[in-house]
Design a protein around this ligand. Sequence first.
Ligand code: CU
Length: 126
Amino acid sequence: MRFRSPHLFTSLLILLFSLTPSSVLAHAHLKQQTPAAESVLTTSPKEVSLKYSESIEVKFSKIELLDSNNQMMPVDNLFLDTTDSTRLIAPLKTPLPAGQYTVNWHVVSVDGHRTKGKYQFMVKPD
Ligand SMILES: [Cu+2]
């Protein structure tokens, strides 16, 4: 059978690729985070802790913490929770002053796939 229209063929190819179950593969999706997204804390957190749907390759993963001026806040070396390889932890080197913060993360799960995302929280002492 010949496709009458090259556009139809292209459409079918696109459909095929969109049906490829990339979302079904074991990508690491962020399931839970501390501090929580959009939360308002009265004291600085001691760490940023991100829980994923899959085990994480810590060497290829990164957590950045930015203030409202996009200045990078110092975080210590990332490590995995010793009892849970899906939980990635970034200890803060210094307490955060009051302000709005963005957590910017990029991770590689054990299947080699990359995912990334970001979210915000606020530190607002009483
Ligand atoms: Cu994957």
